[in-house]
Design a protein around this ligand. Structure first.
Ligand code: FEO
Length: 142
């Protein structure tokens, strides 16, 4: 059974992963309308990954006796300045998500919830990969 604190922070993360999915979807759509099919494809794939992240949290909260909440999401920006700015924004966003995942881990440790502390490690590793792949793209284009 999740403690209230861990349940709440996991629900916060559901919102953040869902927003990430919509943010990358908005970016993908923008890139597609600008004729950048390759970049759009990468962003559409990222959007799908983020949706899977959100689902992982939803399923985990419910599996552990909590109640996952599907929230409303803030509308992501419609327009972007350009490709380097867009990827800089993706990296900045992923760094925020990394910090957010760390807070979930810290809450789990504080609550002595070893199962969640162990489960969240997948996301810790995933964030390393995501930041690194975006950094690689930024290095290539700047
Ligand atoms: Fe699921 Fe890239 O954060």
């Amino acid at each position: 059974m999740l403690t209230k604190k861990v349940e709440e922070i996991c629900n916060r993360q559901i919102e953040r992963e869902g927003f990430s999915s919509n943010l990358y979807l908005a970016m993908a759509s923008w890139a597609e309308t600008k004729g950048m099919a390759g970049i759009a494809a990468w962003l559409y794939a990222q959007s799908e990954e983020e949706r899977v992240h959100m689902l992982k949290f939803i399923r985990y909260v419910n599996e552990r006796g909590g109640s996952a909440i599907v929230p409303e999401f803030k509308k992501p920006p419609v327009k972007y300045k350009g490709i380097p700015e867009l990827f800089a924004e993706v990296l900045k966003h992923e760094k925020c998500i990394t910090a957010s995942i760390s807070e979930v881990l810290e809450a789990a440790i504080a609550e002595k919830d070893h199962a969640t502390a162990n489960w969240i490690q997948w996301f810790v590793k995933e964030q390393v990969e995501e930041e690194s792949s975006v950094q690689l793209i930024l290095d290539k284009i700047s």
